[in-house]
Design a protein around this ligand. Structure first.
Ligand code: COI
Length: 379
């Protein structure tokens, strides 16, 4: 059966106004400390993930009486925040991650920004935060990239990672939704998420810890989910693995996702499976694109429960030939090793993973036809 579009995918497919008609909503404020040419060159010739930042950030503040106001581009820098700001105590925060890509002809594009804008609001609703109008979300990207265009890298495979987020900035210790919320968009010129680039990662599978439970916040992109992944992630590092994989919290038997990435499994018979969306899993934009690309290529994709012990047996028997992780930051990353209380199994980088990677990145960089209108020109 072919994939039935989710609510988020349907909303993400609605048209967006052209970037020029959204530009100018965030007013550029004076900046007296732009990165020097020397500092700029230092950053751009040695790109890491999320370490260095562009000159500006977009900001807006919401209050119950004014709504979203004070839309500005201000110098990237430290915030003034009350130590009583609600987010510091109760974690009322949501975020997104998307990228701006510079193409051969110099134009700058993003990939399915409406997916991120709609998911941002889906997450906001779950965290009792106000929604940000989709057009403001996109406008903040258009305006930031216009001001910070030099930070969109020219090197192949590099991009400007965009991190929109909103948080409860009201100084108040009562446990209730805040009345003052701050929206910020910051940007970081990045190379690959994993320093070694497109190569196999090793994954530690934890049965002891879970990332999220049913009815919790697992399908919202909120800081608490990532906080919950850090101790098991640390345990994974300590045992020599790069990432942690979580099983479902109800039964500890089915694969959910990694700390910040969805998972796909490729079977010898050509079928591709990914864990179905249970409410505890984040609905990834890259996950969604991969499902569509598989369908376009005539590959059968099943969204189902993936029993972990069965998966192990299938890898050992050669029934499963490839496993890969995916996300905006990680793009498509082959899994080379799974370890845990069962010992270890290894996998090769296979042709399906490589082919999906080439197609997805080709669409993002404009070298493969964008038949679904996923790319949105911002400059
Ligand atoms: C992304 O892929 O953009 C993410 O948000 C994952 C991670 C870096 C938190």
């Amino acid at each position: 059966m072919s994939h039935i579009p989710t609510k988020l995918e349907v909303a993400a497919g609605l048209p967006l106004p052209a970037a020029q008609t959204l530009a100018g909503r965030f007013l550029v404020q004076p900046h007296s400390t732009l990165a020097s040419d020397q500092e700029y060159a230092r950053v751009m010739q040695d790109l890491h993930f999320g370490v260095d930042f562009s000159d500006y950030m977009a900001s807006s503040v919401w209050t119950s009486d004014r709504g979203w106001a004070d839309k500005e581009l201000v110098p990237f820098g430290p915030l003034t925040l009350s130590p009583a700001a609600s987010v510091l105590h109760y974690g009322q925060e949501v975020f997104e991650g998307l990228k701006a890509y510079r193409r051969e002809d110099g134009s700058i594009w993003t990939f399915r920004p409406r997916f991120n804008a709609e998911r941002f609001n889906h997450s906001a609703r779950r965290l009792a935060l106000p929604e940000l109008p989709v057009e403001d979300f996109i406008a903040s990207i258009v305006d930031l990239v216009a001001a910070d265009g030099r930070w969109v890298p020219k090197q192949e495979g590099a991009s400007l990672y965009l991190r929109p987020f909103m948080f409860a900035s009201e100084p108040f210790l009562g446990v209730k939704p805040a009345h003052e919320i701050t929206y910020l968009l910051i940007a970081s010129p990045v190379g690959p998420y994993f320093a070694k680039g497109f190569g196999p990662v090793s994954i530690y599978v934890t049965r002891e810890y879970h990332r999220a439970g049913l009815g919790g916040t697992g399908d919202a992109k909120t800081s608490g989910n990532y906080a919950a992944s850090l101790l098991p992630q640390q345990i994974a590092y300590d045992q020599g693995y790069e990432q942690v994989c979580f099983l479902d919290s109800a039964t500890s038997t089915n694969v959910d996702e990694l700390g910040g990435m969805n998972v796909f499994v490729v079977y010898r018979d050509g079928v591709v499976r990914t864990p179905k969306l249970t409410g505890a899993i984040l609905e990834g934009g890259t996950r969604s694109a991969i499902i569509q690309i598989c369908e376009d290529k005539g590959i059968v994709v099943e969204e189902s429960s993936i029993n972990f012990d069965q998966l192990l047996e299938d890898i050992r028997a050669g029934v499963v030939t490839e496993v890969f992780a995916c996300g905006t930051a990680a793009v498509i990353t082959p899994v080379g090793k799974l370890g845990g209380d069962f010992g270890e199994v290894t996998l090769e980088l296979g042709q399906v993973t490589r082919d999906l990677y080439d197609t997805l990145t080709g669409i993002q960089w404009g070298t493969v036809e964008d038949t679904h209108n996923w790319c949105y020109r911002i400059a």
